[in-house]
Design a protein around this ligand. Sequence first.
Ligand code: CA2
Length: 147
Amino acid sequence: MRLLLLNGPNLNLLGQREPGLYGRQTLEQIEQDLNQRASAAGVQLDCFQSNFEGALVERVHQAMGEVNGILVNAGAYTHTSIALRDALLGVAIPYVELHLSNTHARETFRHHSFLADRAVGVVSGFGPFSYGLAFDGLLNHLRKAAV
Ligand code: CA2
């Protein structure tokens, strides 16, 4: 089993700014924690972060035929990117959308997601713990589907 973790714009700043909103863990620490969870579960995890929409789209294309599932925190592109939605639907890889913050408790422009309606599920509001919850949810979904 191979999973891909995708992080979108500004998430490379995690741990350095706005700890009240996004927590104190850096993206590197979050990726390390998730990698530990993955190896304990016998799963291979690839991690990719970009501030560029096209780079995220291309990484999704690369995943086609190689990856069983995608964990995606698309950051602000969640609320704007039809291109990322089209890429995820185009490769037909099951994905879980996740957010550190509860986007529904924030500005109204964060309430809409271009990814959520076709996701296996959405996890939002648990800080860095959202990544672990999303990982468990996706893995459970994929293992159930494989039986
Ligand atoms: O809550 C989330 O995970 C978000 O995806 C974070 C995005 C935001 O646009 C989404 O609405 C919800 C913003 C990521 C910005 O990350 C920063 C981290 C540290 C300092 C500044 C920005």
